[in-house]
Ligand binder design. Structure first.
Ligand code: B12
Length: 306
């Protein structure tokens, strides 16, 4: 059974905490009181109450999920228990449910969860588990392709719904290293930058080093973000990065590398200014390097939410 605090119910129904307390005290919405005197509400009861009173749970229309899954989603969001949300994303991705997956991500973003958190704590863990299952042989390559495909598609559909800050006048180029097809993490970084007001040239997967060098020379970005998950052609990668770095440095730009295996290199080897293991980390570096103001922080869960 999923229980919620008064604050969580207030957030969910988009009313004040004192309104919830009053409704509970008047018996309009059922709750139990803990020995410490705190009201606890069952999510199912809150959902029934909202339906009975023609109210919408905040975050718009919930995605098409079963009652139990919806409870799990709402609990996961309100308790900042994102692995629960990631489990649902994994299920939708494995079913290849494009619409369901998009609706799920849309619903999550409408609950003001930072995009970096969605990428690092919801999307990435789901794909890591897909990778593990594929590695163990319990998932076919076709299932893995379909799952990463629907996630990519959902992200592309989601982009116009994401709230962007006003332009900060800075430009970034985002590209995967030569031979590198893993581009979901890079796409997430590109969106995270756009939300901060950056103009982004998304060059995407498998960008030959020479092309990237000439592209950055012409685009004169302030930042180059490069993503690397494969390490098999190490020498080519390091030579390629040296070529790219020369082009990027000529315009005084910074280079940030990230990706599944990026931290197996040193910054000196990659000729970059920072190696990020998460989007959160990449965004924090970029903010500090370019003197940009941070956005509002996600509140840490209170003891009653854990
Ligand atoms: C989906 C996937 C694919 C898809 C990619 C589709 C696409 N459009 O991106 C496809 C099917 C193409 C694919 C192919 C292959 N894959 Co693959 N793939 C994966 C899988 C399951 C998920 C990757 C992913 O999208 N993760 C989600 C994103 C959000 O996470 P992420 O990439 O780690 O990014 C996060 C951070 O790293 C960071 N980040 C990433 N980039 C950047 C950039 C910047 C600037 C910043 C700041 C941060 C940042 O932020 C992100 C959010 O936290 C992983 C499993 C895993 N454990 O990761 C294997 C995995 C990466 N693949 C692997 C392999 C081996 C392959 C293949 C060689 C398989 C084969 N035999 O053909 C090919 C290689 C293709 C190629 N040339 O690149 C291995 C890599 C092992 C290694 N490095 O030693 C993994 C780990 C699977 C495994 N367990 O063995 N793959």
């Amino acid at each position: 059974m999923t229980t919620l605090s008064t604050e969580q119910v207030a957030q969910l129904l988009d009313v004040t905490v004192s309104t919830i307390k009053r409704w509970a005290d008047e018996g309009m919405i059922a709750c139990i009181k803990t020995p410490g005197g705190h009201r606890k509400f069952e999510l199912a009861e809150v959902t029934r109450f909202a339906e009975g009173h023609g109210m919408r749970l905040s975050g718009g229309t919930p995605p098409p999920l079963s009652g139990e899954q919806l409870e799990q989603l709402q609990f996961g969001i309100h308790a900042q228990n994102y692995h629960r949300v990631s489990d649902l994303l994994l299920e939708e991705a494995l079913q290849g449910d494009r619409e369901g997956l998009y609706q799920l991500l849309l619903y999550v973003t409408k609950h003001h969860i930072r995009f970096a958190t969605i990428a690092d704590e919801i999307i990435r863990p789901a794909l890591v588990r897909i990778g593990e299952r594929w590695h163990q042989g319990s998932l076919e390559i076709s299932d893995e392709h379909r799952a990463s495909g629907v996630i990519t598609e959902a992200l592309i559909r989601l982009a116009p719904d994401l709230h962007r800050k006003a332009s900060n006048g800075l430009t970034a180029v985002c590209a995967c290293a030569e031979g590198e097809q893993h581009e979901i993490g890079l796409r997430c970084m590109a969106y995270a930058l756009e939300l901060e007001g950056w103009k982004v040239h998304f060059v995407g997967a498998n960008t030959p080093y020479e092309t990237l060098a000439s592209f950055t020379k012409a685009a004169k970005p302030n930042l180059l973000c490069i993503s690397l998950s494969l390490t098999r052609h190490r020498k080519e990668l390091l030579d390629g990065m040296a070529l790219v770095a020369r082009a990027v440095r000529s315009s005084g730009a910074k280079i940030v590398a990230g990706g599944f295996r990026a931290d197996t290199f040193s910054m000196a080897e990659l000729r970059c200014d920072h190696i990020a293991t998460t989007i959160e980390d990449g965004v924090a570096y970029v903010r500090s390097a370019f003197g940009l103001k941070p956005g509002p922080k996600t509140k840490p869960p209170t003891a009653s939410q854990q």
